[in-house]
Ligand binder design. Structure first.
Ligand SMILES: *[C@@H]1O[C@H](CO)[C@@H](O)[C@H](O)[C@H]1NC(C)=O
Ligand SMILES: *[C@@H]1O[C@H](CO)[C@@H](O)[C@H](O)[C@H]1NC(C)=O
Ligand SMILES: *[C@@H]1O[C@H](CO)[C@@H](O)[C@H](O)[C@H]1NC(C)=O
Ligand SMILES: *[C@@H]1O[C@H](CO)[C@@H](O)[C@H](O)[C@H]1NC(C)=O
Ligand SMILES: *[C@@H]1O[C@H](CO)[C@@H](O)[C@H](O)[C@H]1NC(C)=O
Ligand SMILES: *[C@@H]1O[C@H](CO)[C@@H](O)[C@H](O)[C@H]1NC(C)=O
Ligand SMILES: *[C@@H]1O[C@H](CO)[C@@H](O)[C@H](O)[C@H]1NC(C)=O
Ligand SMILES: *[C@@H]1O[C@H](CO)[C@@H](O)[C@H](O)[C@H]1NC(C)=O
Ligand SMILES: *[C@@H]1O[C@H](CO)[C@@H](O)[C@H](O)[C@H]1NC(C)=O
Length: 371
């Protein structure tokens, strides 16, 4: 039995390596953009997610409330992944989250590096009164017992503060100001530190179905059962994310292939992200509009009318051409879809991680409650 788990973990570990596009332990990779500062991103109806800073791979765009951003899955095949374009090299990440309820559904906030170090918060939809913590070093999936479970009341209906405080010596998980876990560099689980998360990480927020037909029964068990799509929509909400980078630089580079924090080079300067954040927010379009004299408003309406007429004519012309070029357009369209499919396919590979995560979780005795 034991060797079965080991084999499964090894096999799935290979799949997990598709998770990074360039692994600096094996290749020379482009530098990582540093955050290099501290910032809080509020994600609500007035301050929406800045897509210059956060990449979104999602089935549906988020919807915003006054309180936060709602990431919603309505049907099979959907998932949401929001990834920061910046990296932090040790630091603090504070996220205010309402997990998605629903058997089989996983909400997560993860720090992940290019060589697959990972610091995780995971919420399993069938248990709305706890959160799981986990970590990985260098994508090593062959160790067990790293996951823990911590109680949180009403994690799906109330906002809670989930904060990781990450240094080279220790890694703390805090829930509403209560220490949920403190992992030290020399903890036996880190294998003498080599599997301690220690390389620059991006922030990844996601909601994804783990309880799907075809996955292992351990995964289904970890996820609490199969997703019941009749209960859709499933929504994970995020109010804000605060990230503080303990280094202030422009970029991070892997100095060698050891994956140790000592090998990471911090390139001096302001990061593009920091520069972006330092810029004063520009005047909003409606502010500008309101400052225009009345005559200018009328001028703009007239111009808009002309533009509208041109647009209609253009659209008719486009429709005619479209009929001729239909095949080409279709081919291009197919290509576009192929790209989107690839992206989703990659993401589905990510889900395979849940396989070994589940194995890991099972072997750790269904997680332990730490308090
Ligand atoms: C690096 O490459 C070797 C051989 O090409 C492979 O066995 C190993 O799994 C790779 N390691 C990582 C971390 O990708
Ligand atoms: C969104 O969050 C910001 C920062 O907390 C706040 O100033 C703003 O009022 C919020 N928007 C709404 C509609 O509540
Ligand atoms: C974000 O998306 C852009 C465009 O698809 C891509 O070039 C870039 O590598 C992505 N950044 C990250 C950090 O994934
Ligand atoms: C991964 O973990 C196992 C222990 O389960 C250990 O024997 C192995 O050396 C580790 N691999 C790496 C590359 O750290
Ligand atoms: C969230 O929790 C962290 C860790 O306990 C704490 O430092 C931070 O101040 C909390 N945030 C708020 C807004 O209370
Ligand atoms: C976590 O462990 C480190 C290393 O032992 C220690 O310095 C730190 O104070 C601990 N954190 C808390 C909150 O006890
Ligand atoms: C979640 O599912 C697991 C596995 O089916 C089960 O053991 C556990 O009791 C469930 N938790 C809740 C809160 O229903
Ligand atoms: C990697 O770089 C660090 C820091 O310079 C050094 O201590 C370590 O020996 C190097 N490791 C390898 C395998 O080159
Ligand atoms: C970095 O940003 C600060 C604040 O915007 C600015 O004063 C400084 O000149 C910048 N430094 C560089 C090297 O661009």
């Amino acid at each position: 039995m034991r060797s079965f788990f080991l084999l499964a973990a090894l096999a799935l570990g290979a799949a997990a390596q598709t998770w990074t596009s360039c692994n600096p332990l094996n290749q020379t990779c482009p530098p990582d953009t540093a955050l290099g500062t501290e910032h809080t991103w509020y994600m609500n109806s007035t301050s929406k997610i800045d897509t210059d800073i956060w990449n979104m791979t999602n089935s549906m765009p988020p919807t915003y409330t006054d309180d936060g951003a709602d990431f919603t899955l309505s049907k099979e095949g959907e998932a949401v992944l929001v990834t920061s374009n910046f990296y932090i090299f040790f630091g603090v990440v504070e996220s205010w989250v309402k997990m998605s309820p629903g058997v089989g559904m996983i909400s997560s906030v993860v720090l992940e590096s290019d060589d697959l170090d990972e610091i995780d918060w995971e919420w399993v939809g069938n248990d709305t009164n706890s959160v799981q913590t986990d970590f990985f070093g260098k994508g090593n999936t062959t160790t067990y017992g790293r996951g823990t479970t911590f109680p949180v009341e009403n994690a799906a209906s109330e906002w809670h503060n989930y904060t990781t405080y990450w240094t080279s010596g220790y890694l703390e998980w805090w829930v509403d100001g209560q220490l949920a876990r403190n992992l030290t560099y020399d903890d036996p689980l880190t294998l003498g530190g080599t599997n301690y998360p220690q390389t620059p990480c991006r922030i990844k927020v996601s909601i994804w179905p783990a309880g799907l037909p075809g996955v292992s029964k351990w995964t289904i068990q970890w996820a609490g059962g199969l997703v019941n799509w009749d209960e859709a929509p499933f929504t994970m909400s995020v109010k804000s994310i605060r990230a503080k980078d303990f280094h202030s630089g422009k970029e991070y580079i892997y100095g060698n292939r050891s994956g140790s924090y000592q090998s990471i080079k911090v390139i001096d300067g302001n990061s593009t992200i920091a520069d972006d954040l330092n810029k004063k927010p520009s005047e909003s379009v409606s502010d500008k509009w309101n400052k225009l004299p009345e005559g200018a408003h009328i001028g703009v309406y007239v111009a808009a009318g002309v533009v509208g007429a041109i647009a209609v004519a253009g659209f008719l012309f486009w429709c005619l051409r479209q009929r001729r070029n239909g095949r080409l357009e279709n081919a291009l369209g197919d290509n576009q879809h192929a790209n989107e499919r690839d992206e989703m396919q990659n993401y589905q590979n990510d889900w395979k991680q849940s396989e070994w995560r589940a194995t890991e979780w099972r072997n750790s005795g269904y997680g332990q409650i730490r308090s």
